[in-house]
Design a protein around this ligand. Sequence first.
Ligand SMILES: [Zn+2]
Length: 237
Amino acid sequence: MANSQKLDLLMLAAHPDDAELGCAGTLLRYAAAGRKVGVVDLTRGELGSRGSAELRDEEAAEAARILGLHVRENLRMRDGFFRNDEEHQRRIIEVIRRFRPELILTNPNIDRHPDHGRAADLVHDAAFLAGLPKVQTQWEGEPQAPWRPRLLLQAIHNSYVRPDIVVEYFRLLGAEAGGPHGLPQPVLPPGVPVGGNQHLHIHPRLSGRAGRPQPGVGQLHWGAVCGRLHQPAPPGP
Ligand SMILES: [Zn+2]
């Protein structure tokens, strides 16, 4: 995987496994459409109750191989204790300007784990600041040009939020192990039944290039890239 290249989609996730559990199907579908996809994890998830940071490193590398990622990096911020401050914003700005993604996915700002909400706010603020020419950063001794993604979306995790965009991905995996991408069934998140269509829900917190919400842009963008999109279900009683 190259260290620096333009990406179409960049997932900025608080922990290694957030991308896999939160939006792997979408990453896979995007990559299958011929787009360049990357994941940058903010921390190594060293405070996770299960496993270890070293095991998560190995799993992240394996997941990157399966998903066909062009980039997978880890910023090694402190799990549980990273902050949405200038120091951390500048590190995210550097990443955004290095990879110049059209679309950024990140954690949801409404979620059980406080890291997820903080990461969402951190990425949101950094994505805006990355577009300001007077916010100066360098990478490998060279000044970086400003860049702001067209869209910033949140992948719903633990807490249900009514989605604005629903991406169908299950058929891409194949209904059984060894589908078109050779994905084994355990890649699917817990609770996902095998044998039907499943939807990934994306909650957008839209930031257009002009820095203001652009309703409908998300649907148009995903429709162009991924084909058929499903309208979200109406809210329940
Ligand atoms: Zn997480």
